[in-house]
Design a protein around this ligand. Sequence first.
Ligand SMILES: NC(=O)c1ccc[n+]([C@@H]2O[C@H](COP(=O)([O-])OP(=O)(O)OC[C@H]3O[C@@H](n4cnc5c(N)ncnc54)[C@H](OP(=O)(O)O)[C@@H]3O)[C@@H](O)[C@H]2O)c1
Length: 280
Amino acid sequence: MKYNILGQADLRVSQLGFGCGSIGGLLVRGEYPTMRQAVSRAIELGINYFDTAPLYGNGQSEVNLGAVMRELRADGVIGTKVRLTGKDVNRIGEAITRSVEGSLRRLGRETIDLIQLHNRIGFSWQPEKDPDRIGLPDLDTVIGAFEALRQQGKARFWGITGLGESDALREAVGRGGFQAIQVAYNLLNPSTGTTVPPGFPFQDYGQLIDRAAQQGLGVIAIRILAGGALSGATERHPVASTGVNPIASEQEYSADVGRARRYAFLVEKGVVSNLVEALW
Ligand SMILES: NC(=O)c1ccc[n+]([C@@H]2O[C@H](COP(=O)([O-])OP(=O)(O)OC[C@H]3O[C@@H](n4cnc5c(N)ncnc54)[C@H](OP(=O)(O)O)[C@@H]3O)[C@@H](O)[C@H]2O)c1
C-alpha cells in the first residue's frame, strides 16, 4: 500500500480508502461478521482511511464502523460528515456541533480525524428550492464552526464535498479555509482531473482536482466506479443500494452502465483484464 499526507490535513492516509456508505452498503446493511472480516482484511492490506457519514443508514454506518474498529483494536483515520438541512439555515454552528457530537457518540471516539461538509455548494442557499445546496457565504459559517470544534478537541481537520455548481466550487477552493475535498472522478466524467472537449455531455467541473492541489488541499476521489456502473454490470450485491443516483454522468444508472460498456474494447484488446482495472 502506498500512503500520502492528505494535503493540509496532517493525516497519513492509504491511497485506497474504505467506503462505508450506502452504495456498496456493507457497513449499513451487512451482517456484522462480514463487516468485521472486510474491515480486518482491508487493514491487513494497509488501508487506514475509512469514510462514513451520519446519513449512511441514518447513523448505522458510524455505529457499525465504531464497533468493528473497537473490536479489532484498530486505530484508523476516520472521516465522517455533516449534512445541513433547510431548517439549519439560521443555526449552522449549532447544527454542526450537534451532528458532530452524535457522530462521536456513534463512533465511540473522542475526536473526528476529518469532518466534511456533505452538502453540495452553490453561490447562494435557497432552502425552499434546493435545501441540500448551501451558498458560499454559509460556507464561511461552516468553516468557523469546524474551527471551533477543533479548538474543543472534537475534530482535527475538515473538508467539503466538491459537488454542486462548478464555478462556486472553484471559488470555494480558491478561498480555502479547509484542508481536504471529496471530488467525483471517473472514466465517464473525468472533468475534475482533465480538460474535456466542447460539447462534453456532462457537468464540467473545470479541473477541480488541479485547483485543489494548487491550494495544497487533500483530495479524496469519490464515484471512481460511477457507483458500480463502471464494472459494466447492472446486477447489484444484495446489501448494495438498488437505486444509484448517478453523480455528474447520465440520468440513470443503467445508462451509465451502457456508457461504461463502450470501454469493453480495452478488455477485448487485453489492455486490462476487466473494466474496473481500467481505472488504474
Ligand atoms: N461526499 C459524498 O457526497 C460522497 C458521495 C459518494 C460517495 N462517497 C464515499 O465514497 C464511497 C464509495 O461510494 P461511491 O459512490 O464513490 O461508489 P463507487 O466507488 O463509484 O462504486 C462502488 C460500487 O461499485 C461496486 N463494484 C462493482 N465491481 C467492483 C469492483 N471490482 N471493485 C470494487 N467495487 C465494485 C461496489 O459493489 P460491492 O460493494 O458489492 O463490491 C459498489 O456498489 C462511499 O462509501 C462514501 O464513503 C461520498
